[in-house]
Design a protein around this ligand. Structure first.
Ligand code: ZN
Ligand code: ZN
Length: 350
């Protein structure tokens, strides 16, 4: 099989050949037909997360060794089944739930794999989908996508699921409430698309890029503002009648999260999703005075993915803009993504 791998942290991915694995036990070998390119791949590729103040968390300290194959928005066809794999047949088309745990600890056994301390996420800790084949440990991680175009289906595994799980964490909102979505790239746009399925709150989108604000309005945001503008907070307070009930930061930078926290009304919740990094400075009196909550959200659970895919199969989720490019162009795609030149999602095809 051919995979595009990280062979040196921060270096372009390199095509490499290796023997195609044979599934054992409950494993399923999938022939990859598409893999979404996610912004977090940029962070995985460099080999660390920026924790601020010069501190870094290195992937190698968490067991990711080189060469490594990224890619966690995987769609494909069942190619080979392990002897104990049940419930799928050769040729079945499925999207992969990649946020798999160690499958041995108490959390994993209780079905709460996202809380596993030794995760085996495909494309982050185990080989992912920037390849023509990928090994999935059990058929339960393969989810039907009905008549959804396969490339679009791939994006629900991270972009869609991350958006859905973050919206779930924004709290119980009413039709009087405003939800602020900061960052309208792939995941932010998905959140705007999904917002009405999760709560009746109106969405105000914030992005510094006019093209992305346009896409946000097209996806269903009631208002869109430029959070880089010096009057942004004033316009936001005007729109929301004093403050938003919840903010979700899909960038995760000090400025964007501070914007979200400042925008909260009393009792509001700020959810950090993006992995830009560095440190958030928040006045401590905000916590009691605003009675506010700051929390994080990372991807989503298998149960949330099943809920989301049921909505997708029922035709309730409007599609995000998708472009497909050959897997061989994955380095250019990552570069375009890093420079903010992508609206919606790019899916690479082996
Ligand atoms: Zn992702
Ligand atoms: Zn586990």
């Amino acid at each position: 099989m051919r995979s595009y791998q990280i062979t040196g942290w921060g270096q372009p991915l390199e095509p490499r050949e290796a023997p195609t694995p044979t599934p054992i036990g409950s494993e399923v070998l999938l022939r990859v037909t598409g893999c979404g390119v996610c912004h977090s791949d940029i962070h995985i590729k460099v080999g660390y997360f920026d924790m601020g103040g010069g501190r870094r968390v290195r992937h190698e300290d968490h067991g990711t060794t080189l060469p490594f194959t990224m890619g966690h928005e995987i769609v494909g066809e069942v190619a080979t089944l392990g002897p104990d794999a049940r419930g799928v047949a050769i040729g079945d088309r499925r999207v992969v739930f990649p946020w798999i745990g160690c499958r041995a600890c108490a959390k994993c056994e209780a079905g709460d794999e996202l809380m596993c301390q030794q995760p085996k996420h495909l494309g982050a800790f185990a080989p992912g989908g920037y390849a023509d084949h990928v090994l999935v440990p059990h058929p339960q991680y393969l989810i039907e996508f009905g008549t959804t175009p396969p490339a679009l289906a791939a994006t629900y595994a991270c972009s869609g699921l991350t958006a859905y799980a973050a919206l779930r964490k924004a709290g119980r909102l009413t039709a009087e409430d405003w939800l602020l979505v900061i960052g309208c790239g792939g995941v932010g746009l998905s959140a705007i698309n999904l917002a009405k399925l999760v709560s009746p709150a109106r969405v105000v989108a914030a992005d510094i890029d006019p093209g992305k604000r346009q896409a946000a309005l097209a996806a269903g945001a009631t208002e869109a503002i430029d959070n880089g503008d010096k009057d942004a907070m004033r316009s936001l307070r005007k729109i929301s009648g004093g403050g938003v009930a919840a903010a979700i930061d899909f960038v995760g930078a000090p400025k964007t999260s501070r914007f979200g926290v400042d925008a909260l009304r009393k009792g509001g919740t700020h959810v950090v999703v993006g992995l830009y990094g560095d440190v958030l400075e928040v006045p401590l009196p905000y916590f009691p005075f605003k009675l506010m909550t700051i929390r994080g959200s990372l991807v989503g659970t298998l149960e949330e993915m099943r809920e989301l895919m049921a909505l997708v199969r029922a035709g309730k989720v409007p599609p995000i803009p998708i472009a497909t490019r050959p897997l061989a162009e994955v380095n250019q795609v990552l570069d375009d993504l890093e420079r903010g030149r992508v609206v919606g999602r790019v899916v690479v095809i082996p």
